[in-house]
Design a protein around this ligand. Sequence first.
Ligand SMILES: [Ca+2]
Length: 436
Amino acid sequence: MLRIAGWLFLWWLLAFCVACESAGPDTTTTGSDETATPVADSGSSTATSATSPTTDASPVADSRLPRPADYTLVTVAEGFDIPVYLTSAPGDKSGRLFVVEKAGTIAILQDGVRRPRLFLDLRHKVGAEGREQGLLSMAFSPSFTSDDYFYVYYTDTAGDTVVARYRVTNNPNIADPASEAIILKVDQPTPDHNGGLLVFGPDGYLYIGLGDGGPVYGDESGNSQNTMSLLGTILRLDVLNDFPYGIPPSNPFVGQEGGREEIWVYGLRNPWRFAFDPLTDDLFIADVGLYKREEINLQVASSRGGENYGWNFYEGTYLLAPDEGGKRIAGIDKSQLVFPIAEYPHTEGCAIIGGYVYHGSRLPGLVGSYVFGDHCFGSIRVLTPTGDGDWQQTELSRDPGRKVITSFGQGPDGELYVLDWNGRIFLLSAAGTQAP
Ligand SMILES: [Ca+2]
C-alpha cells in the first residue's frame, strides 16, 4: 500500500504541477515577467506584499500581520485513506465532520473518532488510479435539513468528471448508494487538471470547478480560453429548483453567442479549491500554476460573472512564452483579463491549495484573512487585507516532504482543518495547543 501511495503521490505531484520538475532557476524559459513583482524567498516567516499588476500593496502594520510563532497544526485524526476534502452539514448539531477520501469513500469523523461504518462508498464507480482523479469533494444541499440531499464530484471509471446527487437514508450516518442522480458529466481529455470542487454559493447556486483538462503543460487545446468548452472554468448551476439543473438567468453567457450558459468564470488552469467568504460573499479562487506562479483570484460579491482569469496567456502575472505551450496571441488585450490579488513563485511552492477566509473563534488574529497552503512545500500561508483593497502575504509554516497538503476543510464553527496525503487531519490552532 505504501508503495502504491508513493506512486500515486508522485503522479499527483507531476500532474498538479509540472513545475515540480521544472521549478529551478528560470534559465530555460523565454517568457517575460513584465508585470510581476518578485516575492522574496525568506523561509518560514515570509511577510511579503501580494503581487498586483497595477499597485503595490500598502504594508500592514506589523502588529496586524500573523506571526508564525503564534500558530501550530494539531493532529486531530490519522489513518484516513488520502483525505481530500472535509465539510459539515448545514444545521447539523452533532459535531460530525464528513471526510472525503480520494478512492471513493466518505467517512464521518465525530469527536475525533472515525465512525467504523462509511457514510458512502463509491469505490465501484470511481476511477482513482491516476493523478488527480477520484472522489474529490462533496457539498450538502443548503436545504439539507429538509431535503436530505448532498452532491459529490468524482472521476468515473472512464476518466470523466461526474457531478451527482445523493440522499441520506433514515439513518443520518449512512447515505443511500442507490440514490444517485447524475447532474452533470464532463468529458476529460486527460487525467490532469480535472478540477474537483463543488460548493453552494450564498445565492443557492452550485459552483463547480473544472480545470483545463490537461495534459500537464500549457493547455495546448486552448480549453480555458474557449468559452464553448466547460473546461478551465467555474460553472454556476441551479440544482435546487431544476433537475438535472437549470441555468441561472443571471449567468454571464445566457443569451450570448459564443459561450456556454453554464459558465460563471473562465480562463482558469485548475481551480482545485475555491471558497466564498461567508461574511462578504466574496469568492476566493486559488488556481494551480505551471512553471512559475501559484495564484489567488478574488471575485467580489457584486460581480456579475464572466471574468477571464487569464490562463493560458498568463500564469499569475507571468506571460507564457509560445514555446511554453501558452496560447499566446499577439496584441492580447490585458484589460480584458483579471489578474490575481496575490501570487507566489515556485521557489516557495508548486501547487496552491486554496483554503478559506477565517471566521472561527479560536484564532482572533486570523479573522477576515484568507488561509491557504501549498501542496509540495507543506506550507500554510495567509493573505491579510491591508484595509485599502490590497493584501499582504505571510507564510506561517513550511514542512516540505513530510506534510503533503491535499485540501483545507472547514468545521461548522468556522475552524480550519488541514488534510494531508498521508491520512492525517490537523486543526489550525494557537501555538501551545495540545492534541485532544
Ligand atoms: Ca490567472
